[in-house]
Structures are given as structure tokens and as C-alpha cells.
Design a protein around this ligand. Structure first.
Ligand code: AMP
Length: 140
């Protein structure tokens, strides 16, 4: 399947759509999911135009993995997490909704179930506060 440069995350990368950005380097961008399954739910994406795991270059995949680890460690303190869930979907049949590769990094607490996907849109105020909190933990 071909990469479509009109997807939402490509627009975020080009600055055509806003995002609650928390981390960026030469190869990746991380920003908050606006329909979080738990507080602090973050998406890590490659800057390279990759549809999903099936077409991403190994170097970009490695950079995404390293950034996901960095985000996960920061979430442990920023969101007083007790664990982290990492998921990644490929193609419609694999649960993918946005066709630019993204890794979900989700802070978890014991006994707290994840919200269903796409079930709740977080408010701008809360997302802005959470992005600042995660940025501060990433800077430590
Ligand atoms: P997936 O099912 O893995 O493709 O997940 C797509 C994710 O993108 C969902 O968790 C959505 O909540 C999230 N999402 C969709 N649009 C945006 C957006 N503009 N900014 C941040 N996250 C988004």
C-alpha cells in the first residue's frame, strides 16, 4: 500500500495541523494523543514518510523505538505511572486508523482499565498541562 502524504500525522509534521508536541529529534516527533486511552497517552512517529511497520526503514524504526523508551521513562514520573503499555497497529485489519506509522506509549496504573479507542476527546487545557508536565520530565 502506498503512503498518502495527506494523512493527519503528515500534516502535523508539516506544521499544517496543531499538536501537543512533547519531543522531537532529527528522525522522530512525539505528541499527545488527543483521544487518550489514559492520561499522558503519547504517539511517537518517524519524520520519514512511513505508512506502518511494513514499509518503515530499520534506522527510522530504531529511532522511534529509542524515543518511545525515552517517553516511557519520562511518563513514569510525569504521570506517576506504575507501568507502560506500548501498542502499534498495521493496516485496517491490524487496527490502524491513521496511515503514518505511530507507536502508542500509554502510562498505566494498577486496576485502571484503558478507555476504549477513540472514545473520549480530552480538553485543550488538560492536554496543554500534560504536555508541559511530560516535557519537564523529559528535560530532567
Ligand atoms: P491507530 O488506531 O493506531 O491508527 O490510532 C490512531 C490514533 O491517532 C488514535 O489513538 C487517535 O486518538 C489519534 N489521533 C487522531 N487524530 C489525532 C490528532 N490530530 N492528534 C493526536 N492524535 C490523534
Amino acid at each position: 500500500m502506498a503512503y498518502d502524504p495527506g494523512n493527519i500525522f503528515a500534516k502535523i509534521l508539516r506544521g499544517e495541523l496543531p499538536a501537543y508536541r512533547v519531543y522531537e529529534d532529527a528522525r522522530v516527533l512525539a505528541f499527545l494523543d488527543i483521544m487518550p486511552r489514559a492520561p499522558g497517552h503519547t504517539l511517537v512517529i518517524p519524520k520519514a514518510p512511513s505508512r506502518n511497520l511494513l514499509d518503515i526503514e530499520p534506522e527510522d524504526l530504531a529511532a522511534v523505538a529509542a524515543a518511545a523508551q525515552r517517553i516511557a521513562r519520562a511518563q513514569m514520573t510525569a504521570f506517576e505511572a506504575e507501568g507502560i503499555t506500548v501498542t502499534q497497529h498495521n493496516e485496517h485489519a491490524g487496527g490502524q486508523e491513521v496511515f503514518h506509522l505511530h507507536v502508542h506509549v500509554i502510562p498505566r496504573r494498577l486496576g485502571v482499565e484503558l478507555k476504549p479507542p477513540l472514545s473520549y476527546k480530552e480538553t485543550a487545557d488538560v492536554l496543554a498541562e500534560q504536555a508541559a508536565r511530560l516535557q519537564a520530565a523529559l528535560a530532567d
